[in-house]
Design a protein around this ligand. Structure first.
Ligand code: NAD
Length: 494
C-alpha cells in the first residue's frame, strides 16, 4: 500500500510507476518506498475530487460532515500508538513528541467537527443593511477542490490542520505530503476511507515537490491552495496560483525572536528558550531561534543555557528518555551543518557545533548556541530549521524591538519579563502573527495561526482555518412591493 496513491477511493500505482525510498533518519536505512506521483496522477486525483464535489458530498450539512470528522478522529485515536511510532521512524522525532502530534491531530478533527456544526447555524445569517426594502443574508459555500501541500516537520499534524477544516467546509481535496515523510498521510487516507469519507473526497498523491506539488499548484481545476513550507516554495506556489486566480493561504518560514528582559525569572527563561529552539530538533516554523537578551543577564543566561543544552539526551527517537532525535534527512543535516560552519566564522560558538560523539550513523546534530551574533550575520537573518540558537544582547526596549522586528519574516515572537505592562506593550509592537508572553511555542488549535511579512498569507486553525476553505456568498433580496423607480417610474433626478 505504501507505494500506491489514494485516488478516488482506491489504491492505485503512480502513472509512471516510480518510487521514492523512505529513510529512517536515525539509522540512514531505507525501510519503505512511496509512489512517485506525477502530473498525470494529480490530473486523476483532481478529476476525482471535482466529480465527488458535485455529487452527494455537496448536499451534506455541517452536521453530516461532523459525524465523519469524529469518525476520522476515532480512527486516528484507535491507531495512535502505531501512528506515533511510524512518525518517529519516518521523521526522527522523539516518541513522546510524536505521541503529542497524534493526540493533537485527533483533537483537530474533533474540533473541526464542532466548527462544522456551528457552520450550519451561521448559514443564512442576516447582515443588517441600511435600506429596509432589502434583506441580505450570507451563505458559506465550500471553496471547491482544495490542493493541500504540507512539509515534513509535523507530517500528520500539518496534514490534519488542512484536511480537517477542508472537510468541515465541504470541500473535496488532494493532499500532497512531503516526499520525505508521507507514511502517516497515507495512513490518514486509509482512516478517512474507513470513517466513511466518500470516494474522491480525500485523495493523497505522494511524489516529489516539483512534480506532484508543482502540478497540484498549477492545476486549473484546483480552486483553493493551502500550502505550508519554505518561503521559496511558497513563492513558486503563489506564482502558479496567480495564473488561475486561486484562493491561496501560505504558512511559510520564520526566524522568530524571544526577547528576555533582566527582570525575568532566569530558570523559567532557560526552560522556555530551550523548548523554543530544541523541541522537534529545532525544525519548527515558529522556533524562537533568535534570543535577544538584556545585557545585564546575557552572560549568566547563556552560561545556564549551555550547561543545560549539554545535558540534552540525544538518540534514536524510539529510545526512552530521548529529548533530541536526528534531523529529518541528509539534505536537512547538510543544510544545518553548513549554517553551523558559517556561524563559526561570524559569531562565538558557545556549545555544540557538530555531530555528537558516538553517533556514526543518523542525521544527529548537537544542540548548538552562538553568542555575539550581529544583526547582519546569516545565522541571524536566515531560517536554519535545526537546533541552533543565535544570541544577541540589547540595552533598551526600543533596541530590543528593533532587533526583534528587523527580519523579513514575522511568524512568531516571544517576550519574557515580570513587568506585564511592558509585556503588553512589546506584544503590541511585535511584527508577528503569533505572540507569546513568558513562554514559547505553546500551541492551541482554537486561536488563529499564521504569519505576517514573508511568513505567509492568511490564517489557519480555529474558525479562521475553516473560513480559509469557504467562500461567503451574499444573497440580497428586494422585498418591497413599491417599484424601485429608476427606469419605469423615474424619480425627478435632474
Ligand atoms: P518545502 O518548501 O521544501 O516543501 C514543502 C512542501 O512543498 C513539500 O510537500 C514539497 O514536496 C512541496 N514542494 C516542493 N517544491 C514544490 C513546488 N515547486 N511546487 C509545489 N510544491 C512543492 O518545505 P519543507 O522543507 O518541507 O518544510 C520546511 C519549511 O516549512 C520551513 O521553512 C518551515 O518554516 C516551513 N513550515 C511552516 C509552518 C507554518 O505554519 N508557518 C509549519 C511548518 C513548516
Amino acid at each position: 500500500m505504501e507505494s500506491k496513491l489514494f485516488i478516488d477511493g482506491t489504491w492505485t500505482s503512480p502513472a509512471q510507476g516510480g518510487t521514492i525510498d523512505v529513510i529512517d533518519p536515525a539509522t540512514e536505512r531505507v525501510f519503505a518506498a512511496i509512489g512517485a506521483g506525477t502530473a498525470a496522477d494529480i490530473d486523476r486525483a483532481v478529476a476525482a475530487a471535482t466529480r465527488s464535489g458535485q455529487g452527494p458530498w455537496s448536499r451534506t450539512t455541517g452536521r453530516d460532515r461532523a459525524a465523519i470528522l469524529r469518525a476520522i478522529a476515532s480512527g486516528l485515536e484507535a491507531e495512535a500508538d502505531a501512528l506515533a511510532r511510524l512518525e518517529v521512524r519516518d521523521n526522527g522525532k522523539p516518541l513522546a513528541e510524536a505521541q503529542g502530534d497524534i493526540a493533537d491531530a485527533v483533537y483537530c478533527f474533533n474540533l473541526y467537527a464542532a466548527y462544522a456544526e456551528q457552520l450550519d447555524a451561521k448559514q443564512g445569517e442576516a447582515v443588517a443593511v441600511p435600506d429596509s426594502r432589502f434583506r441580505t443574508t450570507v451563505k458559506y459555500m465550500p471553496a471547491g477542490v482544495a490542493g493541500l501541500i504540507v512539509p515534513w516537520n509535523y507530517p500528520l499534524l500539518m496534514a490534519a490542520w488542512k484536511v480537517a477544516p477542508a472537510l468541515a467546509a465541504g470541500c473535496t481535496l488532494v493532499l500532497k505530503p512531503s516526499e520525505v515523510t508521507s507514511l502517516t498521510a497515507l495512513a490518514l487516507a486509509r482512516i478517512c476511507h474507513a470513517a466513511g469519507v466518500p470516494a474522491g473526497v480525500v485523495n493523497v498523491v505522494t511524489g516529489l515537490g516539483r512534480d506532484a506539488g508543482g502540478a497540484l499548484a498549477a492545476h486549473p481545476d484546483v480552486r483553493k491552495l493551502a500550502f505550508t513550507g519554505s518561503v521559496p516554495t511558497g513563492i513558486a506556489v503563489a506564482t502558479a496560483a496567480a495564473k488561475d486566480v486561486k484562493s491561496l493561504s501560505l504558512e511559510l518560514g520564520g526566524k522568530s525572536p524571544i526577547v528576555v528582559f533582566d527582570d525575568a525569572d532566569l530558570e523559567q527563561v532557560v526552560e522556555w528558550v530551550m523548548f523554543g529552539i530544541f523541541w522537534n530538533q529545532g525544525q519548527v516554523c515558529s522556533a524562537t531561534s533568535r534570543l535577544i537578551v538584556q545585557s545585564g543577564i546575557a552572560s549568566p543566561l547563556v552560561e545556564r543555557l549551555s550547561e543545560e543544552a549539554r545535558k540534552i539526551k540525544i538518540g534514536d527517537g524510539m529510545s526512552p528518555g530521548v529529548q533530541l532525535g536526528p534531523l529529518v534527512s541528509r539534505s536537512q543535516y547538510d543544510k544545518v551543518m553548513g549554517y553551523i560552519e558559517i556561524g563559526k566564522r561570524e559569531a562565538s560558538l558557545v556549545c555544540g557545533g557538530g555531530r555528537p560523539a558516538g553517533f556514526n550513523a543518523g542525521y544527529f546534530v548537537e544542540p548548538t548556541i552562538f553568542a555575539d551574533v550581529s544583526p547582519e550575520a546569516r545565522i541571524w537573518t536566515e531560517e536554519i530549521f535545526g537546533p541552533v540558537l543565535s544570541v544577541a544582547a540589547f540595552e533598551t526596549e526600543t533596541e530590543a524591538l528593533a532587533l526583534a522586528n528587523g527580519s523579513e519574516l514575522g511568524l512568531a515572537a516571544a517576550v519574557m519579563t515580570r513587568d506585564m505592562e511592558r509585556a503588553a506593550r512589546v506584544a503590541d509592537r511585535f511584527e508577528a502573527g503569533v505572540v507569546w508572553i513568558n513562554c514559547s511555542q505553546p500551541n492551541f488549535l482554537e486561536p488563529p495561526w499564521g504569519g505576517v511579512k514573508k511568513s505567509g498569507i492568511g490564517r489557519e486553525l480555529g474558525m479562521w482555518g475553516l473560513m480559509n476553505f469557504l467562500e461567503p456568498k451574499q444573497i440580497t433580496a428586494y422585498q418591497s412591493t413599491e417599484p424601485w423607480g429608476w427606469y419605469l417610474k423615474p424619480h425627478a433626478n435632474g
